[in-house]
Design a protein. Sequence first.
Length: 268
Amino acid sequence: MFIRILTGLIGIPFVLWILISGSLVMQISGIILGSIAIMEYFRAIEKVYNPMKIFGFFLVIIYFIFLSFWMENYYIYISLVLLLPLIGSVLTYPKYTITDIATTIFGVLYVGLLFGLLVGIRNLDNGLFWVILLFVCTWGSDTSAYFVGKLFGKVKLAPELSPKKTVEGAIGGVIGSSIFVFIYCLIMQGLGQTMFNANQIFIIILVACFAAILSQIGDLAASSIKRNVGAKDFGKIFPGHGGVLDRFDSVLLTTPFIYVIAYLFSVF
């Protein structure tokens, strides 16, 4: 537990610095983390499948280039994700099966698109507030669920996917996330960084509750992938936490939801 807490204490200020530094630093960080994450994914699934690692790796890199220059032509990137592995399968036939191609495309979308949405959130109006809120929601939920589960957990949440997770921990994660977000909103209001009224803050707390649920589903979804291929963790880069995907699995599934909410707030 000590190593896990120490890693978090070191990592949180570093992540905060990346988020505050702006789009360019986030894109560079996204390329680094995305590259590590996609290779972690491929290493995990190659126990069962034969992923197209080179194609997948470069598609993730290309995605962050699109974020910088051609975001308005997003459909071009989606086309590349679908077409390049198919072309590669023809050129290398019969090395890859249709299942290998599907798992490759899934990995690129899971890692590339969802990591990239963090940059997308940051680039929206009031984006810094929202992208920090995303991490407060997800990691606040993770932390609360972990300690509440340790202290009070009795009823197993999903024993076949994650034997240590409990219903009590999951509920504690949702409540803890809403408390962390409420405190975060008060701090930002005190710093004069936001212009939300009381009703909007209430809505944001409800958003935090739903985001906490999504983050826990994201964690379980990653566990499902690992169980299907017989892997315990995706990596070991973060002591006490595992790999990049192990640390960001709860974040990734929450990014589309927060992106939509942040966009709606910017429009209305």
